[in-house]
Ligand binder design. Sequence first.
Ligand code: SAM
Ligand code: SF4
Length: 341
Amino acid sequence: MIRLPLATESAPRQGPLLDTFGRVHNNLRISVTDRCNLRCTYCMPENVTFMNKRELLTFEEIARFVEIVAPLGIDKIRLTGGEPLLRRDLPRLVEMICRVPGIKDIGLTTNGITLAESARALFDAGLRRINVSLDALDPDRFRELARRDGVERVIAGILAAKKAGFEPVKINAVAIRGVSEFEVVPLARFAREHGLEVRFIEYMPIGADQWEREKVYFAHEILDQLETHVGSLVPAADQDPRAPAQDFDYTDGGGRVGIIASISRPFCLSCNRVRLTAEGKLRNCLFALNEIDLKPLLRNAGPPEEIAALVRQNIWEKWEGHEINTARFVKPDRTMHAIGG
Ligand code: SAM
Ligand code: SF4
């Protein structure tokens, strides 16, 4: 019988990046900036004091971190933000990360506003996976959610990404009752028409706005709308059990749709993720209340073994899950744009 060590013990010094629930971590999300050219209501406040640029990890510091954690079992990276394409010369970071031995998969999540200008350079740098966030095709609703215009630019970015060779291009859409709920069917049709994969995300309490459970447009409601108005669906046969999205295929062969049911079907018990914020804080959960500051060590050539030990311990101490569905839930101080989505 395998005995899992007790939470009170220290993290193992070798082997995979385990926590005390037996979850193995191989997936790192790196935020490269907290800045953004949109102001999505569910993500960030309108007026915000951004981090001082000198506080952000340099590309060299980020790549050093990746070199330290790859031998620990991190093989999957996603760059995010804030809006990652606001970070100048991002393709250079993609190239640097692609060169790290052991990294098998690198992805990017972007709002797509400036993607048309950089899709080709990102692809040429080695990026292969791209998720573009788009909650509404209707320009007024887009503005209502993003507090800025830009739907045409996002669509141009999506089409440019397809043209550059990204396959699939995934669309992320946050489903909010009474707001983006009306966009579910248009987005699903748009995705089918253009050979894209749309993933609807249940609205989470991680922004600056007043989250209420009643505003969550739930997975089963989304699926009902899709089956009634777009096409019948079956669970995907090749579903990755550790992926947050549950995938469904249209029975007519017209593509795939995903649902990220963070509220109605939390996937905490299969979580394999850890996050590095733009200024070098390590967070073992999106909703973590504690984080550890790795920047001093990364910036001042701290010993790799010391950094690796801190990563192991942080992951080891990960809690069971976010508890959004209980009275114990505590919203983190940072809002999504400053954590890295
Ligand atoms: N700016 C980029 C973008 O929008 O894709 C990357 C960062 S954004 C924080 C990453 C993802 O988090 C986006 O798909 C966004 O829709 C999602 N997100 C932000 N706040 C959310 C919330 N309260 N609930 C669910 N998803 C959220
Ligand atoms: Fe910016 Fe992305 Fe947050 Fe929207 S979801 S405000 S695009 S970081």
